[in-house]
Design a protein around this ligand. Sequence first.
Ligand SMILES: *Cc1c(COP(=O)(O)O)cnc(C)c1O
Length: 459
Amino acid sequence: MTKSDLLRQLPAVHEVVKDISLEVSGKPEKEITRAVQDAIKHWRKNILSEKDDIDLKADLQELIKNSAKRSLMNPTHQIRTIINASGIVIHTNLGRSRLSNKSVMRMSETAQMYSNLEFNLEKGKRGSRHDLTEELIKRATGAEAAMVVNNNAAAVYLVLKALAKNKEVIVSRGELVEIGGSFRVSSIMEESGAYLREVGTTNKTHLFDYENAITECTAMIMKVHTSNFKIVGFTKDIPSSELLELKEKHPKIVVYEDLGSGALYPFHMHGIGGEPLVSSVIGQGIDVVSFSGDKLLGGPQAGIIAGKKEIIDQLKKHQLARVLRVDKFTIAALNETINAYLNGEHMTIPTVRDILMTADEIREKAIRLKDQIKNIPGLSLAVTEDFSQVGGGTMPDVELPTFCLRLSHEKGADYLAHHFREFQTPIIVRIKGEEVLIDLRTVTDDEIPVILEAIHSLH
Ligand SMILES: *Cc1c(COP(=O)(O)O)cnc(C)c1O
């Protein structure tokens, strides 16, 4: 069949609409029409570009019907819940941290009711939303003052713009990295109006490099956590505690560290990574730090800024603070997340729980899953050892020992991964060579039945 034959065979919109309206009962006609129009457009484009999946013998009307039905049932362009079986705990593409039950409950209550978001209950007057987060962050980090903005990128932007616009900021060349999700310090700095003064080399930066770069134009020395990037071997970098020595001669210079993840729990005590506690960085006397709310902290998307009161007051007063402010849902979820740390209930925070989960616990889950699977022709299964990752650009060199269910299918790994992705609740797996791994570290007991169903629907 030629292209024009195929194009002629495209059905009319109303025919398909009539055909499927019984099967998708309950949907308004307007929505069905839109889905059919989209499906026809999609297949016309495929025919014109002679692309991929046009089977010349296939019934075009049938294909269009199925596309339209699928898009009505599973709205692909809307946010959907999925199961993360990749073993990457903080997966930025999959929404980073899950929230604790308490955080979710507080968010939902706050959504359904009015709140004291900007109302001082004691005085009966207008209050500040900063007050609702500041006290908790101060307690959790030991900082004099704190505030919360939309995310850590916003925090970096605000700090630079409010404290270093038209001035110079000294950064080591070893820390000028790009972090996943298009975060580049050099670009944010340019946008903020601060001037980047690079010092040192990619692998080594000494204290004298910083010292020699200081002029009357210097407003700030900035340290950036290199997150998903690690330089090994012949290296030297100066911790912020040593940079503080430079303040003796240059007291006006602000020392700022973008911590990236910002740990409130000492993972290193379990031999996991070398991430310092935020409180220990603050305890060394640094002027200001910032970190994400939804990385190691395990809370909602947010950027937390903590440090000297004089500096935080300046940031709070800046016009940008209003632009970057967080909503009441973020405040509710962040409150409960930080409360969990303060009350020793860190294991209720899913990100912390999953990072700390032991290989033995995970093996048990993997065996339990495998034991429930019936024989499926073409599929072979085994429980296997492997490594999970923390993710989110955090501790890139840390391998967390884990156990996975390993699947191999005669149709190959891509077929399997695609099957799981297309399931009603999509399941994101790890592909390793010709096999697919389901890493049980990031899968909860509630999610196991869905995985079982997906496996049993294989053919
Ligand atoms: C992740 C990260 C950011 C960006 O934080 P978001 O909360 O994603 O905006 C900034 N700096 C560092 C060092 C990071 O690791």
